[in-house]
Design a protein around this ligand. Sequence first.
Ligand SMILES: [Zn+2]
Length: 248
Amino acid sequence: MKLTLLVTLATLLSASARPTSRATADDCAVCTIKTPYPAVDSYLNGNCRWAAATNKRDPTFLPTLATAQHPPLLWIGCADSRVPETVITKKRPGDIFVHRNIANQFHPEDDSANAVLNYGVLHVGVSDVVVVGHTSCGGAKAAYEAVHPPAAAPAGHRRDEAAAAANDGSDHLNRFLAPLIDIAKGLPGNSTIDDLIVANVKKGVENVVASITIKAAWAQGKNVTVHGWVYHLDTGLITDLGVSRGRV
Ligand SMILES: [Zn+2]
């Protein structure tokens, strides 16, 4: 049963839908996809041109990648559109296994994050896990302002917001941010949002290290190391926080 599930998962993750034909360089000229949804057309046409250019540069790259994946790195990052892990590290498809969510959090009870960690470490075989925060993080700002309100909102306004959250799905977001708000509450009163961003990464590293998956990997002798980084939107550079934890 367990094996069947893993085989099915491996199939899903390593060999997604197989196209019946591959785009070629000549297809560039015909990347003129038009759908009833103009907002997505540029993405479909961009994919068409990317596939063509990639196949032209190395006709074996994508077919080889389709057979298996061996990324050395698992990236646990924020969903923010400005932090595309493969682009900012100058890597290619197949180089990074990824989990992204609001404010790059790793909660011990989060099945989604734990499933990615488990599959990435014990089955894909990543050797390094990085928890990556970033400056100007909207999730961190929201958590920070829950503790340090920028201006006192009238009580009636707060009640209205709570009622709206129950009706529009924001409850999910509020629940997901709760652990980050707890981190903000635990920081000194004069802390900044950047302090919270760093503290959140450090907590994420702690939680990953304390996970059953990492304990099992280390017990099996796997040399998996967990790191904490912060990406700076304004410079494009990553800072290593120096909190790496390896097998003990
Ligand atoms: Zn963010």
